[in-house]
Write a protein that binds this ligand. Structure first.
Ligand code: SAM
Length: 283
């Protein structure tokens, strides 16, 4: 067994392999011994569950998931890490490492192939931050019913995702995530907990996908387009942003807002999911 939170151990594992940390791939590896066990615990994994990890790195979180789960599938895009993972996960027969870019992966097919016979599938990952929003949306929209999605993300992203819809810190990602899931802010992780330390602090969040959306919408595509448009120009009123994003005149948008009893100078961060749904249904 390797101590994968020990800097010297990590350096030794990576040395002589022509490996340098890739900023572009968000390669900041966790070295705080408390964080991975806590993430695995809070993901709620049981020995009947499958775990999907995105970006195992040298496997520091993977080994913690392997201790709890029936099966772990870990998707790593960087082929240079595969021989390292073969070493560090040699004692984990329930782990399969897949050399794949998560954004180009059919998650339904992957989960179908990897987690047959598992009671639930849970995602647990220290995300590469350059794809935080697209990965979150992919996980929520891919059609796999994940039981929980526990993610380390940049602190600002965690605050945004877990903000209240209709509150000051709400953005398009907040509204979109809350349509699909309940979001909880679990704990902070400082930049010193990583090798190399990034320029930002981090936090762990947990998404619990809902059984059914909290609002009815006639057309989800339009609903998400309305959300995206309304927040596209944060300094402008929702009417101006919506006119630009939905390709309508401001007069038309003001007509819709008036019909719905929404003040013409309202801003998108004050809207509830019901308001976005009502606006979308007018298109
Ligand atoms: N899980 C490890 C840890 O906690 O120390 C590594 C986390 S590091 C923040 C992100 C990992 O994601 C890196 O191993 C990186 O190579 C991998 N990665 C980056 N982009 C990816 C992608 N598109 N698909 C799969 N893995 C990716």
């Amino acid at each position: 067994m390797y101590d994968l939170t020990n800097i010297e151990t990590i350096k030794r594992l990576l040395s002589g392999r022509d490996f340098s940390f890739s900023k572009a791939l968000g390669q900041n590896f966790l070295i705080d011994p408390d964080v991975c066990p806590e993430m695995a615990r809070l993901s709620g994994l049981t020995d009947a569950d499958g775990a999907l990890e995105i970006g195992p790195g040298v496997g520091v979180l993977t080994v913690e998931l392997a201790k709890r789960a029936k099966k772990v599938a870990a998707a790593e895009v960087d082929a240079r890490l595969l021989p390292v993972l073969a070493k560090t996960l040699a004692d984990c027969p329930n782990v399969e490492v897949l050399n794949t870019d998560i954004m180009k992966t059919d998650l339904r097919a992957l989960c179908g192939a990897q987690f047959e016979g598992c009671e639930n599938v849970r995602v647990c990952a220290n995300l590469p931050y350059y794809i935080t929003s697209p990965v979150i949306m992919l996980l929520l929209e891919c059609g796999v019913k994940f039981r929980t999605v526990t993610l380390m993300v940049q602190k600002e992203a965690a605050e945004r995702v877990c903000a209240q819809v209709g509150g000051k810190n709400c953005g398009a990602l907040t509204a979109a995530v809350h349509y699909y899931a309940e979001a909880e802010y679990l704990f902070d992780v400082g930049r010193e907990s990583f090798l190399p330390p990034p320029n930002v602090d981090s936090a762990v969040i947990r998404l619990t996908p809902r059984e059914a959306p909290p609002v009815n919408v006639a057309d989800e595509k339009t609903f998400f387009r309305v959300i995206k448009s309304a927040f596209a120009q944060r300094r402008k009123t929702a009417a101006n942003s919506l006119a630009a994003g939905m390709g309508k005149s401001k007069a038309e948008i003001l007509g819709i807002l008036k019909e719905l009893g929404i003040p013409e100078n309202a801003r998108a961060e004050t809207f509830s999911l019901e308001t976005f749904a009502a606006i979308a249904d007018k298109f």
